[in-house]
Design a protein around this ligand. Structure first.
Ligand code: GRF
Length: 199
């Protein structure tokens, strides 16, 4: 029997949404005591929006109008997100930096997923950059981390979960990407489950 009511989540996506799907599935099969109140995307074509609609979750397309300053957009985004009263905000492939205007509204409640180990390859194309570093002989492994986003630092903050992924000689970038995504899907749910049950 569950003692607490499901934690409300808002998930921010910009693309494919495979991590969103992992969270949707985990909410459905009871692995996560949570419900997704809304999915928000800054990109109209984000497949994550379709996944949300298919799951009956409000899907909000919220682009930044050209005339709107980035910080003004962050205020607008924060207002929208807040209207869903989330306990946690999940950045699952959200490809836009958030300023303190957004983050200060949700202190210790924004969670990000990064396809590399803490401190490694911040920013975009982390898997490709790790793969390249492996080819140059400078690393043998990479990984995945899930962390809180306290401030404007890119892909850094208190780590909730992390897992190392060994890079195999001869594997293609596509194969490494697939293995890392599989770890992400599992680790994100694990991190959410831990933080929800301890809060
Ligand atoms: C993931 O690798 C995530 O770590 C990165 O962007 C990718 C998003 O994938 N920030 P998806 O949209 O969840 O499939």
């Amino acid at each position: 029997m569950r003692l607490s009511s499901p934690a409300r989540l808002v998930v921010l996506v910009s693309g494919v949404g495979s991590n969103l799907q992992a969270v949707i599935d985990a909410c459905r099969n009871g692995r996560l005591n949570a419900s997704i109140a809304a999915v928000v995307s800054n990109r109209r074509e984000a497949h994550g929006l379709t996944r949300a609609r298919q799951a009956g979750i409000p899907a909000v397309y919220l682009p930044r109008p050209r005339h709107m300053e980035p910080r003004e957009y962050d205020r607008h985004l924060a207002n929208q997100v807040e209207s869903y009263r989330p306990a946690w905000i999940i950045l699952a492939g959200w490809m836009r930096l958030l300023s303190s205007v957004f983050l200060d509204r949700f202190q210790n409640r924004v969670i990000n997923l990064h396809p590399a180990l803490p401190g490694a390859f911040p920013g975009t194309k982390a898997i490709a950059r790790a793969y390249q570093a492996f080819q140059h002989g400078s690393i043998t492994r990479t990984g995945v981390m899930v962390h809180l986003v306290p401030d404007e630092g890119v892909d850094c903050g208190p780590v909730l979960c992390q897992e190392t992924v060994q890079i195999w000689p001869g594997e293609t970038l596509g194969e490494l990407e697939q293995r890392i995504h599989a770890v992400e899907h599992r680790l994100l749910v694990e991190a959410l489950s831990q933080i929800i049950s301890s809060s």
